[in-house]
Design a protein around this ligand. Structure first.
Ligand code: ADP
Length: 383
């Protein structure tokens, strides 16, 4: 919960905005939704929790906001235990997944709701509501009914209702799941700007990897009630700690194999495509171990230089244009699919090519998941 920062010889004690310790949450006796989850969120962070549907994201936010009780562990906000603190006394606002605006209240009253609950005087409320509506770009919308708003506008009003109480921590549960793709992009930019302007701590959940990667300052990857990895997005993308994190964050070609030799920083792995070399960031002895071998599509070169570390022959079976980038689908002799993503190159469907990549661009992963006892091949192939 606390971290020390040494600044010009002065030791300062920093308290995390939110600290979750060994949080355990069961629904009945059947569903273990959070399995001893622990993490800290720094003051002012834009913290994104990413994971597949049903992995426990909403449950976590509900526990933090005070809607749900938990079985064991604790939650601290600004260093204070929330165990016996009711929802309305936590310095937190939750923007729920569905907009949850009160349909029988005009926009103004919807946004004013939290301030009235806190017993603020009406003239102050008026100013705060107008300011919140301005911040979300909907100045002058106070008289409308929720039914007179588009999906994007409802989302913004829901956001205005959350930020108007000036919470220390703002929780946004899947805020982009009910709007179309174009609007998602726009809202993502707006959220980032607003976060910068307000300077408080934002925690957002999503099951969409692109949103997690592009918005987060810190990314938490969750799987079945367990944390797979926490880090800066580029760190998680480049150095996934588990096969699950590698698969869930970004695209990756994954193979499995057995380590045949190891030296500092790297290994040779016997895979379905022959012996391939890759980077291993850990220090365990992997010789003879079953591992995953992953290479991101943007690191695969079509017709590589002779000096490239790994090469395989493959037939081009598909290609998809993404503007300046093209995704090329290859099938190797053993019918393994490999995807490359590069700027356009001269290539014909059905023709055979050599594809290659350097060992520094291939990761060797020893852990399938932070969940104990999973089979590495099952996680690689998403079974
Ligand atoms: P996410 O937000 O990541 O989609 P949730 O937190 O909603 O995941 O759900 C986590 C797990 O808890 C899932 O298995 C879900 O089915 C289960 N769950 C959620 N709410 C309830 C509930 N009220 N009663 C029983 N099980 C629940």
């Amino acid at each position: 919960m606390h971290s020390f920062v040494v600044n010009l010889g002065v030791v300062t004690l920093l308290t995390a905005a939110l600290s979750v310790k060994e949080l355990l949450k069961w629904y009945g006796k059947e569903v273990l939704a959070l399995n001893k989850v622990s993490f800290d969120v720094d003051e002012g962070d834009f913290f994104v929790i990413i994971g597949p549907s049903g992995c426990g994201k909403s449950t976590l936010l509900k526990c933090v906001s005070g809607i749900l009780d938990w079985n064991d562990g604790d939650i601290y906000i600004g260093g204070k235990s929330m165990r016996d603190v009711p929802a309305y006394k936590r310095d937190i606002a939750l923007m729920p997944e569905a907009y949850a605006l009160f349909p029988h209240m005009r926009v103004y009253d919807n946004v004013a709701f939290g301030l009235r609950m806190h017993g603020r005087p009406e003239d102050e409320i008026g100013k705060e509501v107008e300011n919140a509506l301005k911040l979300v770009g909907l100045e002058g919308f106070g008289k409308r009914w929720p039914s007179e708003l588009s999906g994007g506008q409802r989302q913004r009003i829901s956001l205005a209702r959350a930020i108007v109480v000036n919470p220390k921590v703002l929780l946004l549960d899947e805020p982009l799941s009910h709007v179309d793709y174009r609007l998602q992009r726009k809202l993502m930019e707006d959220f980032k700007l607003l976060h910068e302007e307000l300077g408080n701590t934002w925690i957002l959940t999503t099951h969409v990897q692109e949103q997690g990667l592009s918005m987060a300052e810190t990314l938490l990857v969750m799987n079945n009630g367990v944390i797979e990895q926490i880090g800066r997005p580029e760190e998680v993308y480049k150095w996934p700690r588990t096969v699950f994190a590698a698969r869930f964050v970004g695209n990756i070609n994954l193979l499995h194999g057995e380590v045949v030799s190891q030296e500092k920083g790297g290994c040779a792995v016997k895979t379905e495509l022959g012996e391939l070399s890759g980077t291993f960031a850990g220090d365990s002895n992997l010789i003879g171990r079953k591992v995953a071998y992953g290479v991101r599509p943007e690191n695969i070169v079509i017709n590589p230089k002779a000096t490239v570390d790994n090469k395989v022959g493959a037939k081009l079976t598909g290609l998809y244009y993404f503007g300046e980038l093209v995704e090329y689908m290859f099938k190797t002799e053993g019918a393994i699919e490999m995807k490359a993503r590069t700027s356009p190159v001269e290539c014909k469907l059905g023709e055979k090519y050599t594809i290659g990549w350097d060992r520094r661009d291939a990761s060797i992963l020893e852990r399938p998941s932070m969940i104990e006892g999973l089979n590495i091949e099952d996680v690689i192939y998403g079974r």
